[in-house]
Design a protein around this ligand. Sequence first.
Ligand code: CTP
Length: 397
Amino acid sequence: MSSIVLGVSAGIAVYKSCELLRLFTESGHDVRVVPTRDALRFVGEPTWAALSGNPVSTEVWESVHEVPHVRIGQSADLVVVAPATADVLARAANGLANDLLTNTLLTARCPVVFAPAMHTEMWEHPATRANVATLRERGAIVIEPAVGRLTGADTGPGRLPDPVEIFEVCRRVVSGRGLDLAGRHVVVSAGGTREAVDPVRFIGNRSSGLQGYALARTAVARGAEVTLVSANVGLPDPAGAKVVRVDSARRLREAVLSAAGHADAVVMAAAVADFRPVRQSESKIKKSSGEPEPIHLTKNPDVLAELGEIRRTAAFPRVLVGFAAETDDVLANGRAKLERKGCDLLVVNQVGENLAFGTPDNAAVVLSADGGSVEIPRGPKEDLADVVWDLVVARLS
Ligand code: CTP
């Protein structure tokens, strides 16, 4: 159990921090919430006190005999400020100590994570950029905000990342495992491609994208620059990842190859269609047009095999990871596929009813080109993602 300080400053996204607080307490951490005065205009003191089970104060003048302005920061294992407004980033960067939260930030000797949320103009303002750079230089982790709908009609970077994403970064930091992918660029493909039959119909597959998105989220949490090539996934964009949306296998190939040219690792978690219709009707095929024509198929490019081929002569990507969905002879088929596609690691899952597709859990065996294998018991897709990144990190260093 760790002692966590959750600082909340006055942004409309404060309500999402209640969920973050729950994630901390439900995983056994002791959380002390330190809001700014104005944060309480959005969510009041009783909510924080009830959810955390701890007293809540904003000022250094309460319970002075306990010296809270020093003690709270000193005894914390992690301070996370979510949402962090432009104002709180500015005060932290300049070492101000005009409320309990900024006093806590000055006295904390533990890791500090900021999850900013503000309008795009504020996030992109040179003053905020400079404050973020200062905080990062001093060792604080400033999570990139998500891109999307802001208060009012605006959209752009500045949204508070999903509480699960902030939690993921904090979980990583608290466990002392560090940001071992910092400075690395990784490419993850996720979801399932669609091969058009006509403008309204396609041949697709059952991939939900959950595993690929978990890989992207955990890579961001471990400090990587992440390009996520996303094929038809209905999940929110992971904060801090560059998301490239594609539809068909050929579009996915273009996006992956263009990002892979300077990538440390490529993880092909997408279910790429092996075949596509030879002919795509320009207009909707009508029922009234008589007996249906058979759909003739042709082979799609195999992106993973192509990357394996490229690597024979090029330096990038340095580590190549494939996924294999198998229904029978899982390990033997997996081993043959790893060799055929020239990858370093192959994550083999057994697929079938209630296995792998669309579920939050996954179990797999990771085969490596040197003959090794790691069995990953059934668990959250984030855990599987972390094992994959552990193996990638070992190969990169
Ligand atoms: N893959 C790919 N391009 C394709 C098909 C698959 O890059 N056209 C990648 C997938 O992203 C995955 C791996 O190859 O990482 C294995 O996919 P899988 O569907 O299990 O293998 P197949 O190549 O389709 O082989 P088979 O049909 O024999 O199972």
